[in-house]
Design a protein around this ligand. Structure first.
Ligand SMILES: [Zn+2]
Length: 257
């Protein structure tokens, strides 16, 4: 029975080689049909280390040294994107230059990534530009409240009408459009929001503790909110959300040896 699948629909049984023995483990499918991710059983074979391996299922060999789950997923994704058919037997892959080149390229990327505690490659720039915002001016209560467009403004007014506790807007208040673009700060890691595929974004918090997605013409406000939420600024253009920062541990000197 062929239980291997190209779609990540669930864990599947994979045969993994440990020394001269083969044993079954549950593996996470990757976008390459021949590669799976399994937990690292450690050198004694009976103790989880907390790391993960990419396994070449046709041979049962681990293709990559044990590493953090995020790195293992990125390695598998890049090997899959190389166009090499990783379902082929190991002996055949060893004779193919494109397979060896792809493998070496990804291993070097993994080394560099682990040394800096960053992904193998960035998925996007963190600064996401939006059209200028609409802004309320001249209102006693709602001055500087902003909206991304008229529909959002109309929704807000509808809610305000039904909210008997909130004061009505000042009749002389105006809605103007900013001249500068608005900005959003999103996580640049490739697998952020793994299954839903929408990366994490910096949030603003109201005085009541309510959170909402931060979109503003003032980039420094996003920088301050990111610092408050524990985001990591890697180089000014690429930021990592707290989850992705923790998922990409930096290799220590000891581990590098
Ligand atoms: Zn992230």
């Amino acid at each position: 029975m062929d239980t291997l699948t190209t779609m990540p629909v669930g864990l599947v049984e994979v045969m993994v080689r440990r020394g001269d023995r083969m044993g079954a483990m549950l593996g996470e499918p990757t976008s390459s049909p021949g590669l799976f991710i399994v937990p690292d059983p450690g050198s004694d074979g009976v103790t989880w280390t907390g790391n993960f391996c990419v396994v070449h299922s046709a041979s049962g060999h681990t293709a990559v040294r044990p590493t953090a789950l995020a790195y293992a997923r990125e390695v598998a994704e890049q090997l899959a994107e190389s166009g090499v058919d990783w379902t082929r037997p190991l002996k055949e892959l060893h004779t193919r230059d494109e397979a060896k080149d792809a493998y070496l390229r990804v291993m070097l990327a993994l080394d560099a990534a682990e040394d800096t505690g960053t992904p193998l490659r960035w998925a996007r720039l963190s600064w996401r530009q939006h059209p200028p915002l609409y802004r309320i001016l001249g209102d006693r209560y709602y001055d500087d409240v902003v909206f991304r467009g008229w529909p959002e403004l109309v929704d807000w007014l509808d809610q305000l009408v039904e909210d008997y506790w909130s004061p009505s807007p000042t009749p002389t208040a105006r809605v103007v459009r900013d001249t500068n673009p608005a900005w959003q700060l999103v996580c640049a890691a490739p697998l952020c929001g793994h299954r839903r595929r929408e990366p994490a974004a910096v949030h603003f918090t109201t005085e009541d503790g309510d959170e909402f997605e931060g979109i503003t013409s003032e980039r420094h406000e996003l920088v301050e909110a990111a610092a408050y939420e524990g985001w990591r600024d890697v180089d000014g253009e690429h930021w990592m959300c707290p989850h992705c920062s923790a998922a990409h541990p930096k290799r220590t000197e000891w581990e590098r040896c």
